[in-house]
Design a protein around this ligand. Structure first.
Ligand code: GYE
Length: 306
């Protein structure tokens, strides 16, 4: 027998890199795809993954990170629910010499030595893409164009930045006006509920800008129940480009979705291995992404991976 065949399995188990991952929750189709990407790529990379779901609550995420510190994992990765309030727990990880990787969402800590790298999308750019699409679509419309906005989770990086990027573009033309803006917490149920309230209060809605597809899909239901035609009576723009959005576009109910890729798992696992090998990583790793108007949805659908 070979020498390795004679060694007890635990010898190898001890050599496995242990990664503690504190996930946001399971609020959207995007998040489900992100979780699946992290779990499957950890398995493929031979990394021992400890996974927790914070149900969109920062306090749960902080608890999970503290338990990973107590367990002395090799690397901690997490997608912060909100941007602020992380310094204390990140200093605890630093004191324990456990490197931290931010995935998907960032923190607004001044001290960037608290994490090794941040990998994920440029949310401000996604907001700009949404705004540019609208400006082009409405170029022959004299206005006024009344826009209602469904924001993501309050205080989260994607909600803050997608709002900022979109406003930056539309403010160039005063015919665009955001008339109502409220959080739908990135969920279908909340997206529907808030859109219902918007429709009850307001007969003058021309455009819906939703910070993710799930809220747009919930809002589409509300629009139909109010006797209106989504994507016709109200132009609908959202972000993520998940399968559900493609189905809505193919059905003619959603005008456009800006891509935000959740498939961060493979990138994360290679970063974890690089950190353990002592390599230096760039402070920021940006995900490349596009935009899909409904006209191309049917053609693109078969090649979509999430
Ligand atoms: O757009 C949304 C999810 O942080 C980019 O979180 C992510 C966002 C995504 O709930 O659907």
């Amino acid at each position: 027998a070979s020498l390795t065949g004679l060694l007890p399995a635990t010898v190898f188990a001890q050599n496995k890199i242990v990664l503690g991952f504190a996930q946001v929750g399971a609020e959207s189709e995007w998040r489900t795809a992100n979780t699946e990407s992290i779990k499957s790529s950890a398995a493929a990379a031979g990394i021992d993954l400890k996974f927790s779901d914070a149900q969109q609550k920062q306090e749960n995420q902080i608890k999970a990170i503290r338990s990973y510190i107590a367990q002395k994992v090799d690397v901690i990765a997490f997608s912060p629910v909100v941007e602020s309030g992380w310094d204390t727990v990140l200093l605890e990880a630093k004191a324990a010499k456990i490197p931290v990787v931010l995935t998907d969402r960032s923190v607004n800590s001044k001290d960037t030595s608290l994490y090794v790298t941040f990998m994920g999308s440029d949310f401000t750019e996604e907001g700009r893409k949404a705004g540019k699409w609208l400006v082009e679509k409405m170029k022959d419309n004299k206005g006024p164009i009344n826009i209602v906005e469904l924001q993501g989770t309050v205080g989260s990086a994607p909600a803050i930045d997608r709002k900022k990027g979109f406003e930056e573009i539309i403010k160039a033309d005063p015919k665009f006006k955001i008339t109502r803006s409220q959080t739908g917490d990135f969920t279908r149920a909340k997206g529907k509920e808030v859109m219902e309230a918007f429709l009850k209060a307001d007969k003058n809605i021309n455009v819906l800008y939703a910070h993710n597809d799930d809220m747009a899909i919930g809002a589409i239901q509300a629009i139909e129940e109010a006797g209106l035609k989504p994507a016709k009576d109200i132009t609908i723009i959202s972000i993520d480009a998940v399968k559900g959005a493609f189905e809505a576009m193919i059905a003619g109910k959603l005008n456009v979705s800006v891509e935000c890729s959740p498939l961060l798992g493979p990138q994360l696992m290679s970063a974890v291995k690089d950190i353990k090998a002592g390599k230096t990583l760039p402070k920021r790793i940006v995900t490349e992404e596009g935009i899909f108007p409904m006209e191309v949805a049917a053609k693109e659908f078969p090649s979509r991976k999430y």
